[in-house]
Design a protein around this ligand. Structure first.
Ligand code: IMP
Ligand code: ZN
Length: 349
């Protein structure tokens, strides 16, 4: 469909692409595009992993476990300081090309080969600092649910130390990883909070009422996916009531959910409950490389599958600015940029 107003035409895909966007949920290694993986030598055909990767990529109905296989393969591309640095730069550049004006990149610090967790973080920071793209980038460091207490506490110690050195870039901590494995350690996240880190937690990717209740009571600044909270999507009535009171901004990643099978299809995505009940949310990519998507495409899915106008889509982005972990000055700047864009593109609304 083509929008026509005052004789001006702008197709939905061009509108979604040119709209300045806010990305709050993007995992570094899952965001590596095929081009970046090739550049980093990961898709060398002589490598056995390549065939494994293609087998999974070519499947349209991947299981959640298969998606996690893909992450492991993508991580082989970033097993040295230099490859982490190059990967970070590529990912930032690609988001900027998609007119993302603010990016919160998240990644799990890994000690690998001759690289320590601290060096991994330093390489990501160097990639962010050296980026020439016109985009504000912040870093969220992830704790993998499958890691034991000792490993997670060790990660937190490094994260806290690095945050003290780079408070302008390192903004928060995330809990991610295979939702079938491990769990939420409230003590660890409370400790992170005491050190001034904001928190965002992958929550309810699969039905798990006890854990969802624990997370909601902790009240992180944001939650990721939020799939099985509403009773129509496998959650309990009590947790949905708890959520509606807490109104924690949700980070939605539609393609990720559809490909992993935690949502049946775009039109039946749980985002509809947030729209219907006027609850806070943002639209994100999760893993643009692994799920072959972009933030523009995610916006298009939302525009095409729900009864929204272009002004609604602009509002969704604008409101997401209030969920981000940037400074007050940066928030003001982002809002100004969005308002200016709306003014100069008024004919398309
Ligand atoms: P990394 O942290 O930069 O290595 O990005 C890949 C990692 O992000 C994966 O190994 C997972 O731990 C995490 N991740 C990516 N997507 C998801 C998701 O949809 N749910 C939970 N964890 C995820
Ligand atoms: Zn995620």
């Amino acid at each position: 469909m083509i929008f026509t107003l005052l004789g001006t035409k702008m197709s939905e895909d061009i509108f979604c692409r040119s709209l300045p966007k806010i990305e709050l949920h993007a995992h570094l290694n899952g965001s590596l595009s095929e081009k970046t993986l090739r550049k980093l030598g990961c898709l060398d055909e002589s490598i056995l992993e390549y065939h494994k990767l293609l087998n999974i990529i070519n499947k349209t109905d991947r299981t959640l476990d298969e998606c996690f296989e893909l992450f492991k393969i993508a991580q082989t591309a970033t097993s040295s300081k230099n490859s982490v640095y190059l990967a970070t730069q590529s990912v930032i550049e690609e988001f900027a090309q998609d007119n993302v004006i603010y990016l919160e990149l998240r990644t799990t610090p890994r000690a690998e080969n001759d690289m320590t967790k601290q060096e991994y973080i330093e390489s990501v920071l160097k990639g962010i600092k050296d980026s020439k793209s016109d985009i504000i980038v912040k870093l969220i460091l992830s704790i993998d649910r499958r890691h034991d207490k000792v490993c997670s506490e060790d990660s937190l110690d490094v994260i806290v130390k690095m945050r003290e050195e780079y408070p302008g870039i390192i903004k928060g901590i995330d809990l991610s990883g295979n939702p079938y494995v491990g769990g939420f350690d409230e003590c660890l996240f409370s400790k992170a909070r005491e050190h001034g880190l904001r928190t965002t937690i992958h929550c309810a990717e699969i039905p798990n009422d006890n854990e969802v209740q624990q997370i909601l009571n902790f009240h992180p600044e944001r939650i990721g996916h939020a799939t099985s909270i509403h009773p129509d999507f496998g959650g309990s009535k009590e947790n949905w009531q708890l959520y509606c009171k807490a109104k924690i901004p949700a980070e939605f990643c539609l393609t990720s959910n559809v490909v992993c099978g935690t949502s049946k299809c775009y039109a039946e995505h749980h985002i509809q409950q947030w729209m219907k009940n006027d609850l806070p949310f943002s639209i994100n990519t999760d893993d643009k490389g692994v799920f072959c998507t972009s933030l523009s495409k995610e916006y298009e899915h939302v525009l095409n599958n729900f009864d929204l106008s272009k002004a609604d889509l602009w509002n969704i982005t604008y409101n997401a600015i209030d969920h981000c972990f940037a400074s007050t000055e940066e928030i003001i700047l982002l809002k100004k940029k969005m308002a200016e864009w709306k003014e100069t593109h008024a004919q398309y609304f």
